[in-house]
Design a protein around this ligand. Structure first.
Ligand SMILES: O=c1ccn([C@@H]2O[C@H](COP(=O)(O)O)[C@@H](O)[C@H]2O)c(=O)[nH]1
Length: 236
């Protein structure tokens, strides 16, 4: 693991994949102090969520902006500089070398950590082949992690099922963030490479991203605390 976490709450990142700021605010209020870290992606980000991100930062929460940037270098660097100014803790880019270099340049001396997305957790071997990548999931993840490490990116987003091999390739220094996390019995939805919170932490993940199993739960605070209890069991 690349960091120490005195509080298991800090290792859970809740994905606010919700249609409006008011819906997100209501879920955040119900979760209360059970969460310290929120992720904002396309759905909420394109519905006014960047203002909410600023408010969360002002309230002392950590914010992950998950727009998975990929564009010409100048555009990526300037976009990342704006996310650094917003006070985000994490931001994602696709793991293409030019994009990763531009993002590292754009963040400058800010504490924003750039995470490179390897192979989406909704992809299996057939999806990757259909997208034109012949090498298979494990080899593609390995080659992207090697390039990310060479460039000096701060961390990696990968499936929990890839976390052990990514940790070996990355060494102790890089951060590993795993979406595709599902408590036992939770619906997988469109996620294809999944594991439980316990297994993800044991495989070497630093942070777990969990969305629907928490934000669509009848009691989001209790669901968040259940994931954190599993994280605590995994590190005990
Ligand atoms: O490979 C990836 C990269 C990012 N994500 C994001 O994580 C959450 C997962 O939400 P769930 O509801 O827990 O499935 C979502 O915001 C994705 O955009 C990912 O799933 N896989």
């Amino acid at each position: 693991m690349s960091a120490t976490f005195p509080d298991p709450r800090d290792r859970l990142i809740i994905a606010l994949d919700l249609p409006s700021v008011s819906t997100a605010e209501s879920i955040i209020a119900r979760i209360g102090d059970a969460a310290t870290f929120y992720k904002i992606g396309y759905e909420l980000g394109f519905a006014g969520g960047l203002g909410l991100a600023r408010e969360l930062v002002a309230d002392g929460k950590k914010v992950f902006i998950d727009f998975k940037l990929h564009d010409i270098g100048n555009t990526v660097a300037r976009g990342v500089a704006s996310l650094a100014a917003l006070g985000a803790s994490f931001a994602t880019v696709h793991a293409y070398p030019q994009t990763m270099r531009a993002a590292m340049e754009g963040k400058g001396a800010s504490p924003l950590r750039i995470l490179a997305v390897t192979v989406l957790t909704s992809y299996d071997e057939a999806d990757l082949a259909e997208a034109g990548y012949a090498g298979g999931v494990a080899a593609t993840v390995a080659s992207r992690v090697a390039q990310a490490r060479e460039i000096g990116v701060d961390g990696i987003v990968c499936a929990p099922t890839d976390a052990a091999s990514v940790r070996t390739a990355l060494g102790a220094k890089g951060v590993i963030v795993t979406p595709g996390v599902r408590p036992d019995g939770a619906a997988t939805g469109d996620q294809k490479r999944v594991a439980t919170p316990f297994a993800a932490i044991r495989a070497g993940a630093d942070y777990l991203v969990v969305g629907r199993p928490i934000v669509a739960s009848p009691d989001p605070g209790a669901s968040a605390r259940a994931v954190q209890a599993e994280i605590a069991r995994a590190v005990a």
